[in-house]
Design a protein around this ligand. Sequence first.
Ligand SMILES: Cc1cc2nc3c(=O)[nH]c(=O)nc-3n(C[C@H](O)[C@H](O)[C@H](O)COP(=O)(O)OP(=O)(O)OC[C@H]3O[C@@H](n4cnc5c(N)ncnc54)[C@H](O)[C@@H]3O)c2cc1C
Length: 374
Amino acid sequence: MTYDWLIVGAGFTGATVARRLAEDAGQRVLVIDRRDHLAGNAFDEVDEHGVLVHRYGPHAFHTNSERIWRFLSRFTDWHPYEHRVRAEIEGQLVPVPFNFDALDACFGADAPRLERALRAAYPDQVHVPILKMLEHADADVRRVARYAFDHVFDGYTHKQWALPPHDLDPSVTARVPVRLSRDDRYFLDTYQATPKDGFTALFRRMLDHPSIDVRLGCALGDLGTDDRWRRMLYTGPVDAYFDYAEGPLPYRSLRFEPIYQDGPTVQPVAQVNFPNAHAYTRITEFRHMTGQTDAPGTTRFVEYPIAHTPGETEPYYPIPRPENRAHLERYARLVAQEAPHVLFAGRLADYQYYNMDQAVGRALALFDKEIAGG
Ligand SMILES: Cc1cc2nc3c(=O)[nH]c(=O)nc-3n(C[C@H](O)[C@H](O)[C@H](O)COP(=O)(O)OP(=O)(O)OC[C@H]3O[C@@H](n4cnc5c(N)ncnc54)[C@H](O)[C@@H]3O)c2cc1C
């Protein structure tokens, strides 16, 4: 077959561009994915106990973009869901981000005074980054920040990245906040939900178009001479595309251990973090997120951060450090040489952590600027 476009990767980036190419530009598109399923890392499936789980880790959709929300809403109804997280600290489960309820739980009789100090220090703010709070002149404000840093942030960050926080890009560490209210939602975005029939069903509908062919279990290198295309969007790892010519880009990987239990849910909220104890970082209970009511029991995933080895483990998180950005620059030169016949976008091709809405936003903008307008 001859196609206008080959899209490598059926995750949010590839599927969004494929749909727009077919629908808005009348292009014939082939989408391939080396995995045997759609949806990339957002893939969900019913496990052997009848519980809908997210194979590559828990995914909660959230965005402030009405455009992205409306685009995705064409392919799914939604289950309203606001993500909530607790951290186990000294035997208690306290809200994350650390908020005024967490103050009560951790500081007892001192909590009202500390709350007053925080309100006085930041009268108009919803939240303040912990690292900024650590520099405040008021000793009570610094005391809260120090506690949140030591008990919620530091241990979790060490486990997650196998690096101390100061070795990571400030863009990651500088954002972790203390919340100046009793709001215990993890995200404050306008739109928050999970797809009513799951993420995979959303992708099935997005790619259901007469001008789109999908081939699963098919890597770029598997395509023979029978298939031809004029241009390509590649959403896989940028270093793999160039045969690691500049060396492998470092990633952090994860291992998930499922635990099933008959009966109702067992955690108070979807996600419990373990900043200081155990080798795992968090346990996630999917039924809180999906709203599933017809399962006989509940499945939780225990999540262990692990080192990544290309070809052996999944590349989950690009490691946000200045030297890795410099490493990526060396690939940027190779990427530029492939344009305009091959475009690169997505969390693996850009070597950039994106939330799902950011991946869709990047894909919509790519289509508008570099495809339709280019
Ligand atoms: C543990 C975890 C939890 C997350 N939780 C959230 C969350 O709660 N909320 C949120 O908004 N975001 C979350 N994310 C981020 C979300 O997963 C990404 O935004 C999204 O997956 C990005 O989509 P993508 O299409 O760029 O990449 P991917 O989903 O990774 O898709 C790329 C696809 O390309 C395929 N591919 C790669 N190389 C080749 C090749 N050579 N040939 C064929 N196919 C290939 C891969 O198999 C993959 O399916 C989470 C991420 C992780 C790791």
